[in-house]
Structures are given as structure tokens and as C-alpha cells.
Design a protein around this ligand. Structure first.
Ligand code: C5P
Length: 258
């Protein structure tokens, strides 16, 4: 009797070494460049050269190194996710979206709690562009539990507040969200197949959790509907970052092969 594909280890390993599948996985992995300055960030990039296509530039690095780091990475051929979590009046957010787009950023975040007018202004700032960057709404920060929300004047549960803000984002014409692994299946059901779900809080089996609480392994997050995975410390703080990235890519490729 033939061994079913999924139980046949040699078949599985042949598939996960398939260059097409690994390339597809590489396009869905975003490495968080949480570094204090440009030199430290570029050292990380050089150590994992070839293993990934996407880098996330967040508040720490952008505050230290500014737009120049985004331009340098884009010039090296990388795709940049600018994670500044914009939250301001609609006119100001629309201007920031235009500036980031002009820098060559391919994804950027804004807070859904900025309200429908802010989200609509951000979306309108991209009108007419042939290849606009992806806007991603942040619903409830994973650092906010029920008590934190209550203190901020929100009496819904975190899950209900996520659902409310996601519905508001969809209504305003956004179809991208950042969410924890625990929310991804629900958001996938709300956003449908065209939704773009970007998921941090990813740990390969056996990795140190660090300060992350709502975690999942790469394969589980993909199976629950993640479009992209964001991974920081398990890659950038590994002894062999390129090897750590390759191991994660193989796990992703295996999950994508079904
Ligand atoms: O090192 P680690 O893999 O935990 O990094 C995850 C990245 O994703 C960090 O840059 C972190 O700021 C970001 N992030 C997160 N949880 C969220 C939103 C963003 O961990 N809810």
C-alpha cells in the first residue's frame, strides 16, 4: 500500500526543499529589524542576505536612522514594512502615508482607533497609484488586556474591541490588518480571502518566548490564515541568523504545501 504523501518523510522533505515553495515562503516572511541604529540594522541584513525579502522598520530604528535607512534597504532590493502605527488627524495621517509611499515603503501600519475618517483619508492618499503600498490597521495592541482597555475608557472585551475595529476598518475600505496569532482565524473570517493579515508573535518550536504572550508556531499561524509572518528575535538574535531564517522558511513551506 502506498504511504500517504503527508506521512512519507522523504516526500515531505523533497517538497520543502522545492525552490518554488521556499521562494513563496520567503515572500511571506518579514524580519523585524529592531535595532538601535543604522549600522546595527545593516549588519543584521548582511548576515541574512538572501534568506529574506521583507524587513520591518519600526519606531526604534526609524527614530534613530530616519528615512535614509528605508531608502538604503529599498535600494538593496528589499521590500520594506514601515511600522509606525500612525494615529493623528486625517490630514496629517494622509500626508504621512504619501511621504512613506514616496520613500518606497511597501506596507505601513496605522491605528484603526484613529476612526473612520482617518482611515478613509489614509486610503484616499493612495488613490490613483498603480501599485500602492498595503495599509495595515492595528486593532487592539496585544499589550492591552481588559483592565488596560477599561482604564482607557473601553468596556468591551479585547476580542469584541478587535472585531469592532476590524469591521470599521473594512467599512473604511482597508483590507489589511496586523493581528496576533490568536486573532488571525477570526479576522480571516471577517476580511475574507482578499484580506492581508500580518502576524507577529511567531516562535518556532523550542524558541525563547521573550516578552511575547500570545504566540504561535509559523505553520500554525499560516494554517489559521496569516498572509505574512513577522519574526524578530528568533532570527536576529540567533547564533546563526541565516540558518534560523532558513529553518523557519522550511516550516512555512511545509505548511504551505498543505
Ligand atoms: O522579536 P519578536 O519576534 O517578538 O518581534 C516581533 C515584532 O513584531 C516586534 O517588532 C514587535 O514590536 C512587533 N509586534 C508584536 N506584537 C504586536 C505588534 C507588533 O510583537 N501586537
Amino acid at each position: 500500500m502506498p504511504i500517504p504523501e503527508r506521512l512519507n518523510p522523504s516526500f515531505a522533505s523533497a517538497r520543502i526543499n522545492d525552490p518554488g515553495l521556499l521562494a513563496a515562503a520567503r515572500n511571506r516572511l518579514i524580519v523585524a529589524l529592531d535595532a538601535p541604529n543604522a549600522a546595527a540594522a545593516e549588519e543584521i541584513v548582511t548576515r541574512i542576505e538572501g534568506s529574506c525579502q521583507w524587513f520591518k522598520v519600526g519606531l526604534e530604528l526609524f527614530s534613530a536612522a530616519g528615512p535614509a535607512i528605508v531608502e538604503r534597504l529599498a535600494a538593496r532590493g528589499y521590500s520594506i514594512f514601515l511600522d509606525l502605527k500612525l494615529h493623528d488627524i486625517p490630514n496629517t495621517v494622509a500626508g504621512a502615508v504619501r511621504s512613506a509611499t514616496a520613500l518606497g515603503v511597501r506596507m505601513m501600519t496605522l491605528h484603526a482607533s484613529g476612526g473612520p475618517a482617518m482611515l478613509a483619508a489614509a486610503r484616499s492618499a493612495l488613490d490613483g497609484l498603480a501599485d500602492p503600498p498595503q495599509l495595515l490597521a492595528v486593532t487592539v495592541l496585544t499589550s492591552m488586556d481588559a483592565a488596560q482597555l477599561h482604564a482607557a475608557g473601553v468596556d468591551r472585551s479585547p476580542a469584541d474591541q478587535v472585531a469592532l475595529l476590524a469591521a470599521m476598518g473594512l467599512e473604511a475600505g482597508l483590507n489589511g490588518f496586523v493581528c496576533s496569532p490568536h486573532e488571525v482565524a477570526h479576522l480571516r473570517s471577517l476580511a475574507g480571502p482578499a484580506g492581508v493579515l500580518v502576524v507577529p508573535g511567531i516562535r518556532p518550536q523550542g524558541a525563547d518566548a521573550g516578552d511575547q504572550k500570545r504566540l504561535a508556531a509559523p505553520a500554525a499561524a499560516l494554517r489559521d490564515g496569516a498572509s505574512f509572518l513577522v519574526v524578530g528575535r528568533p532570527i536576529v538574535q540567533a547564533k546563526e541568523p541565516a540558518q534560523a531564517a532558513e529553518d523557519i522558511l522550511k516550516e512555512m513551506a511545509e505548511a504551505m504545501a498543505g
